[in-house]
Design a protein. Structure first.
Length: 273
């Protein structure tokens, strides 16, 4: 079970309506299905893992364009969120040639690295969106959750149920009523986690917590580069995207510290088919 380690820095503005604040706090404290906190997860020892490009490749989507690609989000006339212009559904980021962004590339049996930054990775709530949409960390790393908007947000952390589109267990729900509010959550258990905002229901982001440091994501061009060294050998490499129930899996041979691997997702196998 995921260990909850959340550090808080919050201020409470006088402009937040008392009723709205009380409603969110009550909802936060009584979150339906919240998983019980458990004993600390024992992390494997971290070792020095050289910073060196080892695995690269590209991920594409075949079978056409998703129906929800570029879909405008209905913010329900929210006065703050409408002020930022059109919000686009982040479920899919696909280029004209089928290049697929926000795909997680992870190497099985990866080691935790000791030579990582002490600073937590930041996920911001900005312009009524989580930014970035996809974040990857190794187990034991902290993620800083920040409210960059001049409006009330909250962050519900859900342990995602693999193979589903939106099932999972609620772990913690954090109110962030003021701009500048910040909470750091340490993810100790490997797995996939969703971030959701109950105030603005369209807001969602993902945190992929890997066993070790050998994990990365594809960019807008569908390309990825794993920036940590791998010893020569055969590795199982997985490509995961939240719109597919199952990851794609390849056996990849690292030779002289390098390898390439390309993946193709079939739209007909997605939740959007």
């Amino acid at each position: 079970m995921e260990k909850i380690m959340t550090h808080v820095m919050q201020t409470f503005p006088s402009k937040v309506p008392l009723v709205a604040f009380a409603t969110i706090v009550l909802h936060t404290l009584t979150a339906c299905g919240k998983a019980p906190e458990s004993a600390a997860t024992s992390l494997p020892a971290a070792v020095q893992v050289a910073v060196s490009n080892s695995l690269s490749g590209k991920v594409t989507l075949t079978g056409g364009k998703p129906a929800t690609l570029g879909q405008t989000i209905d913010v329900g006339g929210n006065p703050f969120c409408t002020g930022h212009g059109k919000l686009t559904n982040p479920l899919w980021r696909v280029s004209e040639d089928g290049s697929l962004a926000d795909v997680v590339i992870a190497v099985r049996q990866s080691q935790r690295a000791s030579n990582v930054s002490d600073s937590a990775v930041t996920i911001d709530q900005k312009n009524c969106e989580f930014q970035p949409y996809m974040t990857v960390v190794q187990s034991g790393q902290g993620v800083r959750l920040h409210n960059g908007d001049l409006t009330f947000h909250n962050v519900r952390i859900v342990r995602h149920q693999a193979g589903t589109r939106s099932e999972g267990e609620n772990l913690v729900n954090i109110a962030q009523p003021a701009q500048g509010d910040s909470n750091t959550h340490t993810f100790t258990a490997p797995g996939i986690y969703r971030l959701e905002c109950d105030v603005h229901r369209w807001m969602r982001a993902w945190v992929f917590v890997h066993d070790g440091i050998h994990v990365t994501t594809t960019g807008a061009d569908g390309k990825f580069t794993l920036g940590r060294a791998l010893a020569d050998g055969i590795y199982e490499v997985r490509a995961w995207h939240p719109m597919f129930a199952k990851p794609l899996i390849q056996a990849v041979t690292i030779h002289s510290g390098k390898a390439t691997a390309d993946f193709k997702f079939d739209l007909s196998q997605s939740f959007d088919s």
